[in-house]
Every structure is written in C-alpha cells, then in structure tokens.
Ligand binder design. Structure first.
Ligand code: NAD
Length: 262
C-alpha cells in the first residue's frame, strides 16, 4: 500500500480538530451543513440573524464539542466583523468557512424596489465577500483553509422575478473563482455548491396550491424526478471541506438532481 491509498475511506473526510464557521447555519440548508461538519469531527460556530440561532445550535447535543450559536446581522459590516472575530476567538482558530446566509425577494423586475435590491445584494454577495476576506486573513498565513460559498441554479440560469437574487448568486460563483485565483497557492481552496430545487421555506411559493402546475413542471424537469432534501447537500460539503478536495479550487458544484444537464 502506498501513501496515497492509506488515506482513502473515512480518513479523507476526517475533520477532527478543525474549526468551522457557518453563516446562515440556523437556516434549513445551513443546519444540514452544520450537522455534516460536526459529524465529521469539526467544532462549529453558527453566525445567523435568526432569533433562533442559539436554540438551533443547541439542537446538536454534544457536551464535548458544543455548536456555538452567535446572532448577528451579517449585512451590517461592523456586526459581521465583530461576530466573526468572536467565533474565531471562541474556537481558537479557523479552518473552514461556509457562507450559507441568504435571502430572496420576488417581484417583476420593472417593480423591483431599491430596498429589495440592496438587501439581497448586501446579504448574498457583499457579506459573503467580507466574510471570505476575514477568513483569508486567518487561513492564508496558516497555509491552510477551505471556503465554501452557497451559490444557486441562478448562478447559471436567470429565472424570472428574482433578478437581484440571480445577480447576487452569479456574483457568488464569479467571486469564488476570483478568490480561488488569489489564495489557492497559499493552500486555501475556495469553492461553491449550487443547490438545485430544495424543499425549503425559501421555495414556499412553489408549494402554494395556485402554483401546483408550476411545481409539477419543475419536478418533471429534474432528471432525478424529485426536489432536494437538505441532507442531499451534506456529501458535497464534506468533500469540499475536507482534504478530499485539496486539489479542487474555484469550482461551483451543482447539487441539483441533474437539473443543469437537461
Ligand atoms: N432553498 C433552496 O432551494 C436553495 C436553492 C439554492 C440556493 N439556496 C441558498 O442556500 C442558502 C441557504 O438557504 P436556505 O434554504 O437554508 O434558507 P433559509 O432562509 O432557511 O436560511 C437562510 C439563513 O440565512 C440567515 N440570514 C438571512 N439574512 C441574514 C443576515 N443579514 N445576517 C445573518 N444571517 C442571515 C437567515 O436567518 C436564515 O437562517 C442561501 O444562500 C440560499 O440562497 C437555497
């Protein structure tokens, strides 16, 4: 057996001793990502604006490795900086950053308000950049780190009535490449996951009876013939957060049941 075959199997995904921040970790997809990191051995801090941030973190019972829940509005740069620093201080370091905080506003483009545009870009794109920047200031000097941004199908295709969201998520994909170009040589891999259609409250509009036909049409267009469950993201995250992906940088990995291939 040579050195490269010795690390295959679960060791490749071992995150014991690693410290991770998950923005938006109190959300439906974010929590599944927190659970995956914790299950692989990482210490995790959730940064989220939700009033349920602390109780969500507390749902992962582990007296030896508690999940930290820190509440903050990440669109506010002062709050974002201070809660990020607090998380790094609490854990004693940082190896993994997952940017999952995100919002969506729906409206025809002609009526889209300035406030909605600014809010969506502030959370989905600007907060993602400034958290990446702060993470790199820890990771680049230590010569090691994993940044995983949460993109979307709208990073690739435009859709209708969510112009700010689509612009922000296309920006997340491009940002991921740009930061990878700067930091890959320093041992920091920057990648993204693009979830397809997931059964979450962000997509609640699709589940309304009035949209039943639309819902059926989307389901038929997904080669896997079903919408994603939050747990469907966990494997991709474990790959991108672990040394399994040490030579993967700048990619946006669709986890979409085959949607983009059709
Ligand atoms: N649900 C889907 O089908 C889907 C598909 C593609 C991409 N995504 C993306 O996945 C990510 C997670 O989505 P989700 O379905 O879990 O949504 P969610 O609404 O359940 O979770 C988003 C989390 O982000 C937090 N958040 C929002 N604004 C914030 C702010 N200013 N500061 C701090 N936290 C803030 C919310 O409190 C929430 O806990 C988002 O980036 C979303 O755009 C979701």
């Amino acid at each position: 057996m040579n050195a490269s075959t010795e690390v295959v199997g679960t060791q490749l995904f071992d995150l014991r001793g690693r410290k991770a921040i998950v923005s938006g970790g109190a959300g439906e997809l974010g929590l599944a990502l927190v659970v995956a990191l914790h299950a692989c051995g990482a210490e995790v801090a959730i940064l989220d604006a939700s009033g349920e941030t602390a109780s969500t973190a507390g749902r992962i019972h582990d007296p030896h490795r508690p999940v930290h829940g820190l509440r903050a509005d990440l669109a506010d740069r002062t709050q974002a900086a201070s809660v990020f620093d607090e998380a790094v201080r609490l854990m004693g370091g940082l190896d993994i950053l997952v940017n999952s905080a995100g919002i969506q506003r729906r409206s025809p483009a002609m009526d889209f308000s300035e406030q909605d545009w600014d809010d969506v870009l502030a959370v989905n794109l600007s907060a993602t950049f400034f958290l990446c920047q702060r993470a790199a200031r820890v990771m680049v000097p230590q010569g090691r780190g994993k940044i995983i941004n949460i993109a979307s199908m709208t990073s690739f295709v435009g859709m209708k009535f969510i112009s700010a969201y689509a612009a922000s998520k296309a920006g997340v994909m491009q940002l991921t490449k740009a930061l990878s170009n700067e930091w890959a040589a320093d041992g920091v891999q920057v990648n993204a996951i693009a979830p397809g259609y997931f059964k979450t409250r962000m997509n609640a509009a699709y589940f309304e009876p009035a949209n039943a036909e639309l819902y059926r049409g989307i389901t038929q267009r997904i080669p896997a013939a079903r919408w994603g469950e939050p747990s469907d993201l966990q494997g991709a995250l474990m790959f991108l957060a672990s040394r399994a992906s040490d030579y993967v940088s700048g990619v946006t990995l669709p986890v979409d049941g085959g949607f983009l291939g059709r």
